[in-house]
Design a protein around this ligand. Sequence first.
Ligand code: HEC
Length: 126
Amino acid sequence: MHGRVRVSRRYLAMVVVGVTLFSLRANAADPTGDVANGKLLFRDNCSICHKANGAGGESIGRAMSADISGPTLEVHYLHRDSLIARAILDGVDANGRQFDKVMPRYRGHATPQQVADLVAYLKSLP
Ligand code: HEC
C-alpha cells in the first residue's frame, strides 16, 4: 500500500513539473502571427490612418502617417518582428525614439497574439 502511494505521488510530481515546464516554454515563445486575422485587425484599427494598403501618407494634424507595408517596414525595423511589435505597443521606432502622439500606443489594448497577427499581416503587404 505505502509503496504504491509513494509511486503515484512521485508520478504526480513529475506530471506537475512537466506541465510547468511546458507552460513556461509556451510563454517564452512569441506567438505565431495569423495573417488573416491581422488583416481584419488592420482594417478595423489601422487603415483609417495608414490607408487600406498600409502605404500611409495621410496628414493627421501636424503628423503624417507612415508607410507600414512590408518591405519598408522590415528595413526600418531591421527585419526584427520584436521591434515592429514594440513600435505598435509603445510607439517607438527601432532606435527607441517616440512617434508623434497621433499614433496610438496599443499596450494594454492589444494582446500579444493580436500584435503578432498585425506584424504578420504588415509583413505580407507588398
Ligand atoms: C490615428 C491615426 C493612426 C492610427 C489609428 C494608427 N496609426 Fe500608426 N502611425 C500614425 C502616424 C501619424 C505615424 C507616424 C508617427 C511619426 O512619424 O512620428 C504612425 C506610425 C506607425 C508605425 C511606425 C512606422 C515606421 O516606419 O516607423 C507603425 C509600425 C504603425 N504606425 C503601425 C500601426 C498599426 C499596426 C496600427 C493599428 C493597430 C496603427 N498604426 C494605427 C497614425 C496612426
